[in-house]
Write a protein that binds this ligand. Structure first.
Ligand code: ZN
Length: 282
């Protein structure tokens, strides 16, 4: 039996691990359990000296529909998990517990995965919505099927962007603003031009193409791969990436607190369809 309920952990080739999101009935919506299992799977691959390259893919018609809104309003479940950070305070009053939770499982996990010192490849198809971006942006390389579509609609929900605010680095500042302000879909072709993804591949060739690249990378010396990754990440961080993202995360929590005071929920329902607003309120 698999050690994970929401994921598959595979070894499709020598020195390659592949983690597959496996909640296709929910379009791989991310509940807390899935995020903790994903973190454990990344740790397993990171700690296995036989693994040199880590792939992340999704089963079903879409890569990820984002955070599982069915869990919203019942966020008092952190005690069910072996939490990994030191911020804690899961049951505190006011803004404190929500900020603690998001610091651990959203920006915390995404930044942690971004810093795994092994090459990571996101293999995406179908829709990648909001929280879905926080799974692919931390990866080093993104390979997309020609049907892939990307969306951050959080401004429509009264919040200024997803918790891992990498938009300016992924898209450039102008397109980042357009994506956030309009909440329009971006196609694989559009984001390839912006440098957000490495390659677009016909859907039926996606897995083979991505695995081929993973195998090519896995032939290189591990230490040199680690050093190359660290060097590129350092270049990005020299531009103030981490500080800017921490600022965006604080602003994100101003929005959650504002929405709780004004609307009694973490998001502003006025920009949402009635069906989604109902789910978010639960
Ligand atoms: Zn949030």
């Amino acid at each position: 039996m698999s050690e994970f309920e929401t994921l598959l952990y595979e070894r499709p080739a020598d020195h390659v691990a592949r983690i597959v999101l496996n909640r296709p009935d929910t379009r791989n919506a991310q509940d807390t359990k899935l995020l903790y299992e994903l973190n454990a799977a990344f740790d397993k691959a990171a700690q296995d000296d036989e693994v040199k390259v880590i792939m992340l893919a999704g089963n079903g018609p879409h890569f990820s529909s984002g955070h599982d809104l069915r869990e919203a309003g019942s966020y008092d479940n952190m005690d069910e998990f072996d939490t990994v950070g030191t911020w804690c305070g899961w049951h505190c009053a006011g803004a404190e517990a929500q900020m603690a939770r998001e610091r651990e499982i959203y920006i915390g996990f995404s930044e942690r995965w971004r810093n795994i010192p092994k090459p990571t490849i996101a293999v995406v198809h179908g829709k990648v919505i909001a929280g879905g971006l926080m799974l692919i942006w931390p990866c080093d390389i993104i390979i997309a099927a020609d049907d892939a579509m990307f969306l951050d609609n959080t401004v429509a929900m009264g919040v200024g962007g997803v918790e891992y605010f990498a938009h300016p680095w992924e898209l450039g500042h102008r397109k980042a603003k357009e994506m956030l302000f309009t909440a329009d879909w971006l196609t694989a072709e559009q984001v390839e031009k912006l440098g957000m993804i490495n390659h677009i591949v016909p859907k039926d060739e996606l897995d083979g193409f991505a695995l081929g690249m993973a195998e090519k990378i896995a032939q290189k010396p591990m230490f040199a791969l680690k050093l190359a990754k660290e060097a590129v990440n350092a270049a990005q961080d020299c531009s103030g990436r981490n500080n800017a993202m921490q600022t965006a995360f604080a602003l994100h929590h101003v929005a959650h607190s504002h929405n709780m005071q004004v609307h009694g929920m973490l998001v502003d329902p006025t920009g949402l369809s009635p069906a989604v607003a109902g789910k978010a309120k639960k």
